[in-house]
Design a protein around this ligand. Structure first.
Ligand code: PLP
Length: 404
């Protein structure tokens, strides 16, 4: 490593809170599926900023929209109208079949906003006694890092010493519809769940689970809130992961790829009832729905659709998964995935997944470990067959090594 890499890493460590443990490379440039570090080494990005850069790094059309808008108007606050918000609403609603949209910034804010909205709906529409609303969530969930959210996490690292936490959440196992049925009471306002638990290691629920979940929610007048912040916008090979089971959520949360990685943009999408309960002054965000965010998001969803990225995710995801399954390595316990949301789970004896991610970096691939033994693979949705094969070759040589 040159001294400047060492300097930058050391400076980060000296001044920054140590709430991340980055892998070596110091990145300074990105284009499509590739990123370059400051020494000029090229890597295939197999994390895509947790799916925020699904459209590929620095997509030229999103960049152009951002620059054009930034030169005209960036922020008005919602105290005044802006000429991008209505168009963003119209386009995202048409794309997803939603009736109402609430624009926010980070994913966690979208989750918090959904929690507030479904509670309000519960009191004002469903008739739950004030202060009694219950929301059901799943074990091993990941919905973000705010206090409200980490309070219903089951991961000790995520919650320890951050309490006290807000009441009103019930935790059930993921993928178990009977547990949902048992947990629902007359005060249940919502079931908040990820279609696939990505942070937990790409945990795909049993087929038919969401069909049953949908029926239970409908039968009990419980809002089904799907956190599609990572699974949404093509990542799993469909626009929304809910489409794999042909269901529709009452509330859908989007973030990450909603801006193609240029800017934090998130949104709560709902039927008329849930977001319809919000009145002026009851919720807001200084930056939410600003013209720059709206222009960027409009371009990000346009290129996703127009450039066939969703279909490509399905096609290349299938190729990648098949290729991973063909790797004969004693280190591999299981390979799983849907679309371009993939994971290789290692046998505990194979050593920490991080060691393999560091080895992959040496071969020109950036991937992220999760939960000790799992390597997540989620390249931008613009990846080509040749690039998939290139990655598979390197994964095969790395995973057949013993790095325990
Ligand atoms: C990333 C993520 C969030 C939180 O998004 P932030 O923008 O980091 O606040 C919430 N839910 C899921 C499923 C996510 O992957």
């Amino acid at each position: 490593m040159s001294s400047s890499v060492i300097d930058l890493v050391a400076t980060e460590a000296r001044f920054g809170a140590h709430n991340y443990e980055p892998i070596g490379a110091v990145l300074s440039r990105g284009e499509g599926v590739w990123v370059w570090d400051i020494e000029g080494n090229r890597y295939l990005d197999c994390l895509s900023a947790y799916s925020a850069v699904s459209q590929g790094h620095c997509h030229p059309k999103i960049l152009a929209a951002m620059v054009e808008q930034a030169q005209r108007l960036t922020l008005t606050s919602r105290a005044f109208h802006n000429d991008q918000l209505a168009l963003f609403y119209e386009e995202i609603a048409a794309l997803t079949g939603s009736h109402k949209v609430l624009p926010m910034n980070s994913g966690a804010e979208a989750v918090e906003s959904a929690i507030k909205s479904v509670r309000k709906w519960g009191y004002e529409v469903k008739g739950v006694p004030d202060g009694q609303a219950e929301i059901i969530v799943c074990a091993n969930n990941f919905h973000g890092r705010t206090l409200g959210i980490v309070g219903f996490s089951t991961d000790p690292e995520t919650r320890t010493h951050f309490g006290p936490f807000a009441p009103g959440f019930k935790i059930i196992p993921f993928g178990d519809a009977a547990a949902l049925e048992d947990a629902i009471t007359p005060n249940t306002v919502a079931f908040l769940v990820e279609p696939i638990q990505d942070e937990a290691g790409v945990i795909i629920p049993p087929a038919g689970y969401f069909t049953e979940v949908r029926q239970l929610c409908t039968a009990n007048n419980v809002m089904l809130v799907l956190d599609e912040i990572q699974t949404g916008l093509g990542r799993t090979g469909k626009l929304l992961a809910e489409q794999h089971e042909g269901i529709e959520a009452d509330v859908t949360l989007l973030g990450k790829a909603l801006s193609g990685g240029f800017y934090p943009v998130s949104a709560v999408l709902s039927n008329n009832e849930v977001l319809g309960t919000l009145r002026p002054g009851q919720h807001g965000s200084t930056f939410g729905g600003n013209p720059l965010a709206c222009a960027v998001a409009r371009a990000a969803i346009r290129v996703l659709v127009e450039e066939g990225m969703i279909e490509n995710a399905a096609r290349q995801g299938a190729r990648f998964l098949e290729g991973l399954k063909d790797i004969r390595a004693n280190t591999i316990r299981e390979v799983r995935g849907r679309g371009l949301m993939l994971a290789v789970e290692l046998h505990p004896e194979a050593g920490r997944a991080r060691r393999y991610c560091e080895a992959l970096q040496g071969k020109g691939i950036l991937a992220k470990d999760t939960h000790e033994h799992t390597i997540r693979i989620a390249p931008p949705l613009v990846i080509t067959s040749d690039q998939v094969d290139w990655a598979l070759e390197r994964l095969a040589t790395t995973l057949t090594q013993d790095l325990s």
